[in-house]
Design a protein around this ligand. Structure first.
Ligand code: WQD
Length: 342
């Protein structure tokens, strides 16, 4: 079997797509997930896609005894991709301690075990929220970080500081943080995708659920921003393209081709699409008419953000390849499959 990689949060949205891409290039994947925001059926569907069933252990990373025992069972893990975290922006505002404890203590437990078991390589799931509302666009890796818009975003910013400071005093620790912009879409097989619990916070799942008749109408949060059509601009990145960036990052660490022991990269398309453009593109891709209305702005929303991807393109050798049109179609195909819509 291939080289062993632990994927925490591996039954989640981005985690599951990354597991599939890791298996496709011969890695042996082990998943830890507490299923707080996903289901075990994802493991079955990963196996259907790749033909390989990843090892899956269900527990929360806050349980440091279980985590230590886990690494004792798998002494030959060479690298970790750490996705496991709570990520609902609105919920984090209501429950800050729940978010700080889960997201930060989980990371610190992972780092403790990496030190104890001499695991040298970590890829960390970070986020463009560390930039807040940037003064200059597009955002580069050197764009000054600003106060996060939410406790969720702050856990990502603090996690990066924890990683940077830990690398400084841990000579054989190598870390790459990937700063995602807005991940959207689903696997081409429609066997895995984004399945938010309850009412979706994010735009694309709300669009697909509206098209499926599960939601009455999409509310577009504001069209009075300083953007071409007045609605907010984001950098929507296809989830499979994003997953492939993690494989490149893991190989960079395992092959020791990283130039610093703490590296971070923007992972986006470099193109900023407005909310109304996403709606229009969804309608073009699916042939459907979407029921939506313009409402008031959502507090905390950043007006405009999109990535400068030159560093990821040139240093990682990674490029976003999938169009917004095809990505939105993949999201709709996924929604149709899980709702049994022909
Ligand atoms: C996108 C745009 C909304 C819903 C969040 C996290 C970020 C990352 C991606 C994890 C905004 C508008 C949305 C709706 C709308 N997550 N919108 N109606 O807020 O950019 O980023 O998800 O890493 O960390 O902060 O994503 O999809 O919620 O919103 O008009 O029903 O869509 O106003 O302009 P966001 P989003």
């Amino acid at each position: 079997m291939g080289r062993k990689v632990l994927v925490t949060g591996g039954t989640g949205y981005i985690g599951s797509h990354t597991v599939v891409e890791l298996q496709a290039v011969g890695f042996e994947v082990i998943i830890i997930d507490d299923l707080s925001n996903s289901t075990a059926e994802v493991v079955d569907n990963i196996e259907k896609i790749s033909g390989i069933r990843p090892v899956f252990e269900e527990f929360n990373l806050l349980d440091s005894d279980k985590l230590t025992a886990f690494f004792g069972k798998y002494p030959d893990i060479e690298a970790i991709i750490h996705f496991a975290a709570f990520k609902a922006v609105g919920e984090s505002v209501e429950k800050p301690l729940y978010y700080y404890r889960n997201n930060l203590v989980s990371l610190m437990n992972i780092l403790d075990c990496m030190s104890k078991y001499k695991i040298p390589n970590l890829v960390f799931s970070s986020s463009c929220t560390v930039y807040g509302q940037p003064d200059v666009l597009p955002v580069t890796e050197n764009t000054p970080k600003k106060d996060a818009e939410s406790p969720y975003g702050n856990t990502k910013a603090i996690s990066e500081e924890i990683l940077r400071d830990t690398v400084k005093v841990t000579p054989d620790l190598n870390v790459i943080a990937l700063r995602y912009f807005n991940p959207i879409g689903a696997h081409p097989t429609a066997l895995i995708g984004e399945l938010p619990r309850g009412v979706p916070n994010n735009l694309v799942p709300f669009i697909t659920q509206t098209a499926a008749g599960i939601r009455q109408q999409l509310s577009v949060f504001g069209d009075d921003y300083n953007t071409p059509d007045g609605s907010c601009v984001r950098d929507y990145i296809n989830v499979v393209d994003l997953a492939k960036a993690h494989v490149i990052a893991i190989n960079r660490l395992i092959n020791n081709t990283n130039t610093d022991r703490y590296e971070f990269f923007n992972v986006g398309t470099g193109y900023g699409a407005s909310v109304l453009e996403v709606v229009k593109t969804f309608e073009q891709a699916t042939g459907l008419k979407l029921n939506y209305k313009i409402v008031a702005r959502r507090p905390g929303d950043v007006e405009k953000i999109f990535a400068d991807t030159k560093i990821a393109n040139t240093v990682l050798g990674w490029n976003a390849e999938t169009s917004l049109f095809d990505t939105l179609l993949s999201a709709w195909n996924w929604e149709k499959r899980i709702r049994n819509i022909s």
